[in-house]
Ligand binder design. Structure first.
Ligand code: TRP
Length: 462
């Protein structure tokens, strides 16, 4: 019998609670806002296929690894990294990786919160009926008005940070679990209603073709690697919430009895299903109303309201839709706050309230950079052949999606595959020396690291 480990911090009440909170963390703006506009800008079905392959072959094994590390360490990110490293006979300085995850999660939340703020602003814009019968030009104007007004964006960013802080300050079970266990199913239901509507539109079959029938010749075009493959790989990490400690800390609250392998597949499956469903809810409207799939980060906010302005019950559907986006963002925002809050509580003995207030205020301040990226501080730059035009917001996106996420994924794969003891991994995963375990181990040891190294090599040396 394995000795019952002592719980030094909170614990989820059940396997389903863990699945729902982790799915809540995974499903977010990434699935609805980022996935839909990236797909539109980056070759449709080809982007989707590369992303699906990455989720299956790199994402799931990594998800298992991150949960495994979290549950085995059962501590804040720094102590977890230090303990795991010491146990494997490595330097204590592995806690630097813990710091890197903390920094990454706060940077992500800083822009995430601003975009979540847009979706909250749109609940009221769409709900008030101003889009009724309007065209794309009007919609562009509404969006431009929003992003050119730092005050309004700042106000919504503030509100989003506050609601996330309230949940986190209430703690693991009474805050995070209680809230997200309601939010995630609600989101799924709202999404199904939206898809149900989309099926009845003319653009549905065109959307299905667009999303699922890849035109592989796209990959032969010059720049396809940096324009299509790189973002798709980064997106797979982003959408599963990998590499920044969200999943590691949630794993640390998971009971030993639960199977990590099965749970990870359920989470990745639900996350992918939501992304595809979101695509199926959005793209039929884009095609039915002749809107442009490649309109960038504004896609959700510029094109969709036009469609909502045309259709029967559009105000209601539109309001529901942006509520859904907000809910999705909310349960993810929480997961980005928790690693730092937990660290401050365990390492620096702060109360949960104080830790949350401190972390939230820090992220709020960082968010000001994103707020200003769309107006006063807007500038353009090129990164490895990608043209970017929204200043610091885009620098953050490049830094996170193209550099930090793949790098952290590589570190996790090498750590779990090469540094941690094989038997320990097997025990923690509750797997026998069978096919499943061997597959996982070979993937995490060879496939993932080699894949990511090739990814970096081709990115930086063409
Ligand atoms: N996965 C979330 C989304 O798709 C965002 C997110 C939450 C995240 N926690 C994360 C992304 C940790 C990267 C790392 O919206």
């Amino acid at each position: 019998m394995q000795e019952q480990r002592k719980y030094i911090h909170g614990q989820w009440s059940s396997r389903w609670a863990f699945i729902l909170v982790s799915t809540g963390a995974a499903v977010g703006l990434g699935n609805i806002w980022k996935f839909s506009y990236e797909m539109g800008e980056r070759g449709g079905a080809v982007f989707v296929m590369v992303y699906l392959l990455c989720v299956a072959f790199i994402g799931v094994p990594l998800l298992m690894s991150e949960i495994l590390m979290g549950r085995h360490g059962r501590r804040n990110l720094l102590s977890t990294m230090r303990n795991l490293a010491e146990e494997s006979g490595l330097s204590r300085h592995w806690d630097l990786f813990g710091w890197s995850m903390i920094v990454g999660s706060l940077l992500i939340l800083s822009f995430y919160s601003v975009i979540a703020g847009w979706s909250m602003a749109y609940i009221f814009r769409v709900g008030s009926g101003i889009f009724s019968g309007q065209d794309a030009e009007f919609s562009e104007q509404v969006f431009a008005n929003l992003v050119s007004s730092p005050e309004i964006m700042l106000a919504w960013h503030t509100i989003f940070m506050c609601i996330s802080m309230v949940v986190v300050s209430l703690g693991v079970r009474s805050g995070l679990e209680k809230t997200v266990v309601i939010l995630t199913p609600m989101l799924l239901i709202l999404l199904l209603i939206m898809v149900g509507y989309a099926i009845s539109t003319e653009g549905f079959s065109e959307a299905v073709t667009y999303m699922f029938k890849p035109d592989w010749s796209v990959l032969a075009e010059p720049g396809a690697f940096s324009e299509v493959v790189m973002p798709a790989v980064g997106h797979a990490f982003f959408t599963l919430s990998l590499g920044m400690g969200s999943i590691m800390i949630y794993g640390s609250y998971l009971s030993e009895k639960i199977s990590i392998a099965k749970t990870s597949m359920v989470i990745a499956g639900l996350d992918t299903a939501v992304a595809l469903l979101a695509g199926l809810a959005i793209y039929p409207l884009v095609f039915t109303y002749g809107l442009d799939p490649a309109s960038g980060p504004g896609l959700l906010f510029i094109t969709l309201p036009v469609a909502f302005g045309q259709i029967p019950l559009g105000e209601l559907l539109g309001t529901l839709f942006f509520i859904l986006v907000m809910i999705a963002a909310w349960s993810s925002g929480i997961s980005l706050l928790e690693p730092t809050v937990n660290l401050l509580i365990e390492r620096f003995n702060h109360t949960r309230l104080k830790a949350t207030l401190f972390t939230g205020s820090l992220v709020w301040m960082l968010g000001i950079f994103t707020v200003l990226s769309f107006n006063h501080w807007k500038f353009e730059f090129n990164f490895l052949g990608q043209h970017r035009d929204t200043g610091i917001f885009d620098i953050l996106d490049v830094l996170i999606t193209n550099i930090m996420l793949p790098l952290h994924a590589l570190i996790i794969a090498v750590f779990v595959g090469w540094m941690m003891k094989r038997t320990l991994c097997k025990e923690e995963l509750h797997l026998r020396e069978g096919f499943l375990f061997k597959m996982w181990h070979v993937t995490i040891r060879y496939v993932t690291p080699v894949g990511i190294v090739l990814f970096f090599l081709s990115a930086f040396f063409g």
